[in-house]
Design a protein around this ligand. Sequence first.
Ligand code: GLY
Length: 418
Amino acid sequence: MGAQTSVALPPDAFSEHPTDALVIGCGIIGASIAWRLAGRGLTVRCLDPEPGGGATFAAAGMLAAVAESTFGEHDLMRLNVESAGLWPGFAAELESETGHPTGYRRTGTLTAAFDSDDRRQLRRVLALQRQWGLNAVEIDATEARRMEPSLGPRVAGAVWAADDHEADPRAVHAALMAGLSRRDVELVPRRAVALLTEHTERVTGVLDDRGRPHRATTVILAAGWGSKAVASGRLLAATGDGPGDAAVLGPPGLDVPTRPVKGQVVRLDARHEPSFRLHHVLRGIVQSRPVYAVPRENGEIVVGATSEEQPDDRMITAGGLFALLRDARALIPGLDELPVIDTTARARPGSPDNVPLIGDSGVPGLLLATGHYRNGILLAPLTAAAVADRCLHGAFPDTVSPADPARFADTHRSMAAS
Ligand code: GLY
């Protein structure tokens, strides 16, 4: 570990009461954690300049523990299946507490193959999913079209995952915000720029972008792909050697390996097109490319999503939009007729192995709940429950052990040393 940096703070900087927990980031993961912790009686503060405006804003809300399971992702599948089982209770509790809908619907998911090569690919993944004990079955094109009459003539076959449902991420987030307010969680609309250690071996709080410190017994880093920058302190605009009242920033050398993976989605409006209806979440493989269309109860259809190793520039590209619509209409020709509501581009929080980081950071006082990549909505209930267990009972449950950040500890030590 390198030398720590210190920053001068005004004498009254720590005048506010420390909270039991401070959550950095108030997307669906941070908000779910804060809601759970406050529900267990902890005092909680959340820092986010744009709550729910990141990956949550673009997410389609597929709770696809089965349909997204693929080669090399057995650990992720275990987490996903566990969290899918928590979703009905999570949605019911949130809805009854706040009176807000979550859009949780038991739709099932149909994955259609466009041509015979795509069907071969689908069958290969299906064999793996069944080997893992997942509830997925092959159906032929006629049966697929019976279940989903909007499917076009070019469908070579399909897989039905009866247990993969959906929620509406923007609605869930709005419900969580209402829940945070009911549970007296303080939401500070500022960006966290660095962690504080104050001459100790632990993280004692966070510095925001106005230079204001927030102390807490436990800090939870849930800032999505931006978690890496917060942990490294490189968002801090001006640092210097402070006088006696300096707050020491750190811990230096802490590497939280998140990165942005851009996705573009388009929302279509089927509300005024009575002849067009999607009954299930529809996924597809079109000449090896994945695509999906998620119908909302209110008649919107979310078509997604590109997966690009790009920064979070929030730009829709002509090529990205073209590819999405080309592949979606190849399976569902009726999409052609639907008005476009809007387009959204946001980055998902990627991790090196596509499995999130949920666990102790290795530095006392700091927990990680980030890197949820393609499964942030699905994994929110499990992540929140696991962090609550850790804060109240001192240990993360075994169910999230595949997500333990310690799996990267050696890599990062050697990277820091080189
Ligand atoms: N889970 C869907 C996506 O990330 O696009």
